[in-house]
Design a protein around this ligand. Structure first.
Ligand code: GLN
Length: 185
């Protein structure tokens, strides 16, 4: 049976994630209300604008069910604003502090090839758009990749988060990794 991957679809770049998930043979479901989380094998929180996404999560009562889904061990991938949503100051799923728009106003976007621990096949071409970085993290957080000294890809158990937009570079390896992670339904 194909895996069912939810993509939080309150705001932001959710359509591209859905397409990528389908291209890998899995099913994608747009998540807008708590009931949409039922029966998911994995969840993606896309890039966008974390302030707007925060309001949407509050409006729909999604914070608690999202935390519970992650706590149950369901694999989660957060990208860019999605990484921010998972941090200590937002959903509190990841033991990290993120810094928004960390690369500075001048450097609103850039691309880089990044070597990621646990992702075979050479560096990943990464698109950064007003991206955060991880400013501080607890001992349970593995850093998978950095730009300079700053962590931009991390994993804490069943939760992966990256500062960049993997859905924009046509590289499906992080989505493949998410699908390969064994969650509990
Ligand atoms: N700068 C955005 C924020 O702080 C994130 C940008 C993105 O997701 N591309 O929410």
């Amino acid at each position: 049976m194909p895996k069912l991957v939810g993509v939080l679809a309150l705001q932001g770049d959710f359509e591209a994630h859905g397409k990528l998930v389908r291209s890998l043979g899995a099913e994608a479901r747009e998540v807008r209300v708590p009931a949409d989380l039922d029966g998911l094998d994995a969840l993606i929180i896309p890039g966008g604008e974390s302030t707007v996404m925060t309001l949407g999560i509050e409006r729909e009562g999604l914070a608690k069910p999202l935390r519970e889904l992650a706590a149950r061990g369901t694999p989660v991938l957060g990208t860019c604003a999605g990484m921010i949503m998972l941090d200590r100051d937002h959903l509190g799923v990841l033991d990290v502090t993120t810094r928004r728009n960390a690369f500075g106003r001048q450097v609103r976007s850039f691309e880089a090839d990044i070597e990621l621990a646990g992702v075979a096949g050479g560096p990943m071409h990464a698109v950064f758009i007003r991206a955060p970085w991880v400013a501080e993290h607890g001992p349970g957080v593995a850093v998978l990749g950095r730009v300079g000294e700053h962590p931009v890809a991390i994993r804490q158990g069943n939760v992966l988060a990256v500062s960049f937009h993997p859905e924009l570079s046509g590289d499906a390896r992080l989505h493949e990794l998410l699908l390969a992670m064994n969650g509990t339904r």
